[in-house]
Design a protein around this ligand. Structure first.
Ligand code: FAD
Ligand code: FES
Length: 258
């Protein structure tokens, strides 16, 4: 069920480098949201006609919904100024998320705030006793977000940064390729899940196709309505133009046309 819920900010903290962590009291959305789905947030201080902003769900438990967001423009910066106790209208859960229950190891490949839906997925899988491994990349160590959360779940983390300030120096696909080789040699089944910049999504799509394993790709496109009406969020697929807010944001690797 889709809700337009009057939530209340429990906390909204600056975690550095332009990133913020917001926790909302949102029992209705929390009761239904699945990993990879998103919410559409009406930023409280903007004019009533302002568009909502879409954000992935980082965590949803005990009625609390967490969002990890970066201040990049007018909406997200205004959201960063919102204070605990303020009401916020939030629509959700929206879109199609990741499948959760595969017995194969889940190789999660994320960049920037793309780790948010991957954490929610890893948490749900951990509760089912299912294995996840995180591969996370960024320009510097400051772009590697919320890694302790994954580690607390028992998720093995491989990091890569362009400047070598954390993990291996270079792109995150290098440790991914290394682990894929190892899993293949051990005869272990795995699936790929990714969220992050388009370059990363393309690289993971190519690997899923060439390896012949399921690949689940969360695509981020500018959105206006969030509910399928405006066609602002188009992604090309083998079936023609698809709306990220309805048919996505998570697509199968073999369906995407880059
Ligand atoms: C399904 C989905 C999930 C998302 N999850 C998150 C999340 O978990 N955390 C997070 O920080 N952001 C997330 N985003 C991106 C977020 O919605 C945008 O950063 C935000 O709407 C920008 O609003 P603004 O008013 O601050 O920026 P604007 O003033 O509208 O734009 C500022 C800059 O941000 C760019 N921008 C705007 N929208 C997007 C977008 N959708 N993707 C990338 N760049 C954009 C613009 O091109 C411009 O350069 C998600 C987007 C989608 C579609
Ligand atoms: S945002 Fe309007 S159709 Fe997707």
């Amino acid at each position: 069920m889709l809700y337009d819920e009057k939530t209340v900010i429990i906390e909204n903290v600056d975690i550095g480098n332009g990133y913020h962590l917001m926790v909302l009291d949102a029992p209705k959305i929390v009761s239904e949201v699945e990993p990879g789905q998103f919410v559409h947030v009406k930023v409280p201080s903007l004019e009533p006609s302002a568009l909502r902003r879409p954000f992935s769900v980082l965590d949803a438990e005990d009625g609390k919904l967490s969002v990890l967001y970066k201040s990049v423009g007018r909406g997200s910066s205004a959201l960063a100024d919102a204070k605990a106790g303020e009401p916020v209208m939030v629509e959700g859960p929206l879109g199609h998320g990741f499948p959760v229950g595969s017995k194969a190891a889940a190789l999660l490949v994320g960049g920037g705030f793309g780790v948010a839906p991957l954490y929610f997925l890893a948490k749900r899988r951990a509760a089912l006793g299912l294995e996840s491994i995180l591969f996370v990349g960024g320009r510097t160590k400051d772009d590697l977000l919320e890694l302790e959360r994954f580690e607390k779940l028992g998720v093995k983390v491989f990091a890569a940064t362009n400047d070598g300030s954390a993990g291996v120096k270079g792109f995150v696909v290098a440790p991914l390729d290394g682990e894929v080789l190892k899993l293949r040699q051990e005869g272990k089944a795995f699936e790929l899940f990714t969220c992050g910049p388009d370059g990363l999504l393309k690289a993971v799509t190519e690997r899923a196709l060439s390896l012949g394993v399921p690949g689940w790709i969360s695509v981020d496109r500018h959105m206006i309505c969030g509910v399928g009406a405006c066609f602002a969020c188009i992604q090309k697929t083998v079936r023609g133009n698809s709306r990220c807010c309805i048919e996505g944001p998570v697509f199968r690797a073999e369906d995407l046309v880059w």
